[in-house]
Structures are given as structure tokens and as C-alpha cells.
Write a protein that binds this ligand. Structure first.
Ligand code: ATP
Ligand code: SF4
Ligand code: MG
Length: 399
């Protein structure tokens, strides 16, 4: 196993209290696998991966519990010197905004040569040759002369290509790409993603791809973890997740994206309400205030991530990975298609009297089958940037 994360729990100490950013997340990754991490803003995608890299914002962020085994080495307590050696060489990360990770006062050459020489015993001249090769590989024309440029002399798309070149320079075993194309316009996004996919597939690099965009993960990943409020709420292979989503939040996500094959009059169903305030310790299922399937139990007991089909052994990786959800009352296949409970007389359970959920700034979800009902507060869908266009959900190629 390349990466094995168990019970990862991350907190931020702030003036306003403790932020429960990541709440006992566990997942595995084999060599060469591609894993998508999706979920709306603030669900803990970046923090999970910053914790894996031990790059949590300091001093507020800390790993409270859990283990992160990278090839058997526990990164949660490895010496800082080992972590420095590992970052870049074994695990590379492409950050959301390339401008924040490229140094504006150094040329591309200085940054690439420095990265290569920090981890490989090569002369500056050889590192420069490698840098030229890499820039050429990511499609930068006249790479030898472009090496002398500063980051601001590149367009956004080219900077992102440079970031990919730097990330792949050392042929890491794991690449974590955090929203690698959000800053780019749509036409360039597709090119950069195609490039990322081709280069990592050629080298057998394992990839964790973080995105809001289900269209992107559909085409680029073999498996998907859906995150909500610092929890993994659904884990499945990509084709299974698109064909048979079983968690109400995933069902909501899939209903909130435009589909090319949908009729023009088919309404999108936004996910009502807002995510919970992570400064409050979680009580019950974190999705309950927004869930049309919730029962009384959901308000007080938080479900664990368990196989959809009980029994048998659980596989956490590969194309046969077990489909798992954290849900007490999952939608049936028909309900998932409809996007609402279809059981006659079913009403989502109201919050228990006197509970914070009953009095807090929560938005109760729509009544079953009545998607137009909007609440006064937070009526906008809290799902940002759902601009994915998966041509045919279920066509996720994976690797
Ligand atoms: N430096 C910090 N101090 C306090 N809280 C933080 C800090 N960084 C992140 N958080 C909190 O941790 C939670 C998870 O944040 P994270 O950045 O992982 O979300 P995300 O899923 O990556 O969202 P996005 O899609 O917007 O990038 C959020 O509630 C966020 O406010
Ligand atoms: S049915 Fe219950 S457990 Fe499942 S997502 Fe809804 S609130 Fe959570
Ligand atoms: Mg993020």
C-alpha cells in the first residue's frame, strides 16, 4: 500500500473556538491509483491533504489523532528532516493558485533547478537540461529561453503547466493536485487536465485529485471519496458512484450539475441550506439539517462509513473497491434518480425540541418531491462552481 490514512483528525485553534476541520478520515491508495476527493467548500479536502503533507497552517492547525502511513512510515510523527526529504521527491503537491507557490522574484530556471538539486545529486547544468525537457513536455514552446522568465511573464495556464512540470520533475510516487485548474479558463482547464492525466499515467504516479467539479473527477479518477463537514460520507469506484449514488449528499451533488444529455427544461435541484458550523462539535449526522431522508436517529447519532451491501470483506482500493456510505436511511435507486424520497407519507424528521439544530441558523430541506420550496436563509445553493459537464455519468475511465 502506498498511502494508508486512518482516523485522521485535524483541529484548528482559533479565537472563535476549535474548528473541527477533519473528523476521523480513513482511506487507502495503491501505487498508480487515481482518487478523486469532492465536496463543497470547507468540507476539509485541502486540510486532509495538507495534514498528509504535514503542511497545516501553523500555529492554529494540528493533527489531533490518527496515522498517515506512506510506505509504512508514519508521517504524523516522522522527523521534520524526513518530511522535507519526502516532499517533492516522493509526494508532490500542486496548489490551487500557482502564483502562491511560485516565487515571484526567482526565474523559472532558478526554481526548477533548485527543486531538482535539492533532491537529486546532479550538477546545475544537468538539472537545467532536465528543466528544459520538463517544460517542453508540458507544452511550453522554446523552453530553453522561457526558463529565464519570471512567473509573471507567463499566463495563468502556462504557470499551471510550470507547476505540473515542477511537481513531476522528481517523479514522485504520489501527486496531490488541489483544484489544479480552478484558476484557469475553461478551454485551458481541459488541456491542463489532459496533460496531467497523460503524464501521471505514463509514469504510474498515484494521484489524489481535489475538486468541486464532478465532471473533472468523472473523467480522471478510478475512485472517489465524497467529503462533507470533515467526514468521508461516500466512497466508491467512479463508475459506481455516478451510476448508483447512495448518500443523500452525493445524490444532491449529482442533481446539482448540468447534464449535456438533459432536456433544456429539466430543472436543476440545488442542495438547500448551508454546511454546519465546524466550530461546533458534531452531533448526529452532519448532513441532517439539509437532508430530505433524515430520521429521528439522524439528529443524534452520526453514522460510520459502512458497506452499502453488508457482509463480505471490505476492499478499500482498486476497481473492486467496496461501495461505502455513512447513512442511516439511504435513498433507494429510484429515489436517487428522482432526487427525493418517494415513500408514501415519509417526512424528514424535525430536529429534537431544544436542540441546537432546532434553534440554530439551519435551513430545513425541501419537503419530499417539492424542490422549489426555498427557505429564507441560505436559499442559494451552497455548492460553488458546479460547472462539471459529465457527458455520461458512469463513463469515468479511471485507470
Ligand atoms: N488556517 C485555518 N484556520 C482556521 N480554520 C481553518 C484554516 N484553514 C482551514 N480551516 C477550516 O477548515 C475547514 C476545512 O477547510 P478546507 O480548506 O480543507 O476546505 P476545502 O474542502 O478544501 O474547501 P475549498 O473547496 O473551499 O478549498 C473549513 O471550515 C475551514 O474554515
Ligand atoms: S438519512 Fe440520515 S444519516 Fe443519511 S445523510 Fe440523511 S441525515 Fe444523514
Ligand atoms: Mg481547498
Amino acid at each position: 500500500m502506498l498511502l494508508s490514512v486512518r482516523d485522521l483528525t485535524v483541529r484548528f485553534r482559533t479565537h472563535d473556538g476549535t474548528v473541527h476541520a477533519v473528523n476521523g478520515v480513513s482511506f487507502d491508495l495503491e501505487e498508480g491509483e487515481t482518487l478523486g476527493l469532492v465536496g463543497e467548500s470547507g468540507s476539509g479536502k485541502s486540510v486532509t491533504n495538507l495534514a498528509v503533507m504535514r503542511l497545516l497552517p501553523q500555529p492554529a492547525g494540528h493533527i489531533e489523532r490518527g496515522t498517515v502511513l506512506f510506505e509504512e512510515l508514519d508521517l504524523t510523527n516522522a522527523p521534520e528532516a524526513s518530511m522535507r526529504d519526502l516532499r517533492g521527491r516522493e509526494i508532490a503537491m500542486i496548489f490551487q493558485d500557482p502564483m502562491t507557490s511560485l516565487n515571484p522574484v526567482l526565474t523559472i530556471e532558478e526554481q526548477m533547478v533548485e527543486t531538482i538539486q535539492a533532491h537529486r545529486r546532479v550538477t546545475a547544468a544537468d538539472a537545467r537540461v532536465r528543466a528544459i525537457q520538463l517544460l517542453g513536455m508540458v507544452g511550453i514552446a522554446e523552453p530553453a529561453s522561457r526558463l529565464r522568465n519570471y512567473p509573471h511573464q507567463f499566463s495563468g495556464g502556462m504557470r499551471q503547466r510550470v507547476m505540473i512540470a515542477i511537481a513531476l520533475a522528481l517523479e514522485p510516487k504520489l501527486l496531490i493536485a488541489d483544484e489544479p485548474t480552478t484558476a484557469l479558463d475553461v478551454t485551458i482547464q481541459a488541456q491542463v487536465l489532459e496533460l496531467l492525466q497523460r503524464l501521471t499515467a505514463e509514469r504510474g504516479t498515484a494521484v489524489i485529485l481535489i475538486t468541486h467539479d464532478l465532471g473533472v473527477v468523472a473523467g480522471m479518477t478510478g475512485r472517489i471519496n465524497v467529503m462533507y463537514a470533515g467526514y468521508i460520507v461516500e466512497a466508491a469506484t467512479t463508475p459506481e458512484l455516478f451510476a448508483k449514488p447512495r448518500h443523500p449528499y452525493t445524490v444532491g451533488l449529482l442533481h446539482s450539475i448540468p447534464r449535456l444529455d438533459a432536456g433544456s427544461d429539466e430543472a436543476l435541484i440545488p442542495i438547500e441550506g448551508v454546511p454546519p458550523d465546524l466550530r461546533l462539535a458534531p452531533v448526529g449526522c452532519p448532513f441532517a439539517p439539509r437532508c430530505a431522508w433524515r430520521t429521528v436517529q439522524c439528529w443524534t447519532e452520526n453514522p460510520a462509513l459502512n458497506p452499502v451491501e453488508p457482509g463480505g470483506s471490505v476492499r478499500t482500493t482498486g476497481p473492486e473497491a467496496t461501495h461505502r456510505i455513512a447513512c442511516w436511511n439511504p435513498p433507494t435507486a429510484d429515489e436517487a434518480t428522482a432526487g427525493a424520497p418517494l415513500r408514501p407519507g415519509f417526512e424528514p424528521a424535525p430536529p429534537p425540541a431544544g436542540s441546537p439544530q432546532a434553534t440554530g441558523p439551519y435551513v430545513l430541506p425541501v419537503a419530499p418531491g417539492n424542490a422549489e420550496v426555498r427557505s429564507e436563509e441560505g436559499a442559494e445553493s451552497a455548492m460553488p462552481g458546479s460547472h462539471g459537464f459529465p457527458e455520461s455519468p458512469g463513463s469515468g475511465s479511471g485507470r
